[in-house]
Design a protein around this ligand. Structure first.
Ligand code: NDP
Length: 439
């Protein structure tokens, strides 16, 4: 259990980051005129955020504390890593890198960058994931390791991964700061504030031994999330002899989500993280620690909490998942196809555009970020199997709501700068940001 001092420290984590952000961003204002930096300032300017936003962050803050306590109660004990967990983590990353190189896959040209260059991404994530799963299944079937090994070493793996992220982000900052390259991908964006540069990163798309690090890192995080989930399911099976309906629902939903993510990995190449965010601790830790270890909270919680699932509740849960999936996948696909071929039909009709650049057909005519709405419905469907007795399993949808509200504002600022009056016209035509009729 946690001491009062520890709890207090955990409670304050969000506030520390908020304070840090406000300070560092006012420094950037003086030093940089670059587009992306101006956008960030608008998010963290000295203006106090509205009360509803502060309330949301406070709820999230309290939830984070409860999540840690709950994880601790359910068998997830952060501990100093043993050589076994370090080996497991290292082996996982090396295997993933090697498979990424040797397994064939389509080579996709990324978005055109400011210097007119494009990065080529090998989108073989789906095949890599299947090989990885087959290898792990084979290894546990032949008795080389237990299928619950990741869950058993969960707390140690968490600490090992966190340490790796600290070390790796310092490496990125050091190498990035020394970069003399003027290309958009590798240009060094040093602000003079060491903390800011470490947190947000100094390069857009750093690489190592020909590997695009950002693309690799998010892949490792998403696959890691699935592996943790499956390992927890194996642990439940070993300890209780079967999976509850709630656990099965959670596992099926997240398995589909991750497989789908890698089936459509090509769509990742035009997302905000890849095209607009430098690679610093925020993304390094977000991808490899935050995603796998916090998105699997429901599975830990379901290990020891039984939920009575009625047929109606199960049907409603599946419905939320299916609607969420349809909106999420459909909207992301429409935008991706439009960017590749602006004349492609949308819902069987020629696309309607604003200023010849922005889509107002399909989901993009209902709200400016229907894809966020779909993702939020999906996130809710991952938590609904846990019922409503605790707020702990709702950590992921709550986090995602905060993240996407913030991101939508940042994206809005970026698009306003980029598209100018065309964006204003788009906003007039499509007034809703995320939730049609509500927000
Ligand atoms: P989007 O995929 O929504 O991309 C936004 C960009 O799309 C804009 O900057 C603009 O870029 C372009 N765009 C905006 N409106 C239009 C339009 N009407 N017509 C054509 N182009 C338009 O952003 P994200 O990368 O944030 O999200 C991608 C997905 O990832 C979402 O589904 C999101 O929910 C999900 N996600 C999930 C997270 C999680 O933790 N689960 C975290 C973050 C995202 P351009 O300059 O190219 O025109």
């Amino acid at each position: 259990m946690y001491s009062t001092a520890t709890k207090r420290r955990m409670n304050g984590s969000c506030r520390i980051f908020a304070a840090m952000n406000t300070k560092t961003h006012s420094i950037i204002r003086e030093k940089s005129g670059a587009l992306e930096h101006r956008i960030v300032i608008r998010q963290f300017g000295s203006r106090r955020p509205p009360q509803w936003q502060r309330k949301l962050v406070k709820i999230f803050d309290e939830m984070l504390t409860k999540v840690w306590q709950s994880m601790d109660e359910h068998g997830f004990h952060p501990d100093l890593p043993s050589s076994r967990s370090v080996g497991l983590l290292g082996g996982y990353l090396v295997t993933l890198a090697l498979l990424g190189v040797v397994v064939p896959g389509p080579k996709i040209q990324g978005t055109v960058l400011a210097d007119k260059t494009r990065i080529t991404y090998k989108c073989n994530g789906f095949s890599v994931l299947l090989i990885l799963l087959a290898g792990l299944a084979g290894g546990s079937y032949t008795g080389h390791f237990s299928p619950s090994i990741i869950a058993d070493l969960g707390g140690e793996l968490f600490v090992a991964t966190l340490i790796l992220c600290f070390v790796f982000s310092i490496y990125l900052q050091t190498v990035g700061s020394l970069s003399g390259s003027q290309s958009t991908s590798l240009k060094s964006h040093v602000t003079g504030n060491v903390l800011h540069d470490w947190w947000y990163g100094v390069q857009l798309n750093p690489s190592l031994l020909g590997l695009d690090l950002k693309f690799f890192w998010i892949r490792a995080g998403m696959m890691g999330w699935l592996l943790i989930d499956l390992s927890i399911a194996a642990k439940m099976f070993q300890e209780q002899g079967s999976l509850t309906l709630s656990m099965s629902l959670f596992q099926i939903f997240t398995l589909i989500y991750v497989l789908d993510y890698f089936w459509f990995e090509e769509y990742m190449t035009s997302t905000w993280d890849i095209i607009a965010e430098n690679f610093g601790f925020m993304l390094v830790m977000g991808d490899l620690v935050w995603i796998p270890f916090t998105f699997s909270v429901q599975a830990w919680w379901l290990m020891t909490n039984r939920v009575q699932q009625t047929k109606v509740a199960t049907a409603m849960n599946v419905l939320v998942f299916l609607i969420g999936y349809t909106v999420f996948r459909g909207s992301n696909k429409q935008k991706h196809i439009f960017k590749k071929n602006p004349k492609a039909l949308i819902w069987g009709q020629p696309p309607q555009l604003v200023g010849g650049k922005l889509l107002v057909s399909g989901y993009w005519g209902i709200a400016r970020h229907c894809n966020y709405l779909g993702d939020l419905l999906l996130a809710s469907s991952f938590s609904l199997p846990c019922g409503f007795t605790s707020m702990v399993p709702y950590f992921y949808p709550t986090y995602l709501l905060i993240l996407l509200l913030w991101r939508e504002r940042r994206d809005e600022a970026r698009c306003r700068e980029k598209y100018k009056e065309v964006w204003v016209e788009y906003c007039n035509k499509v007034p809703w940001r995320i939730f049609p009729g509500l927000y």
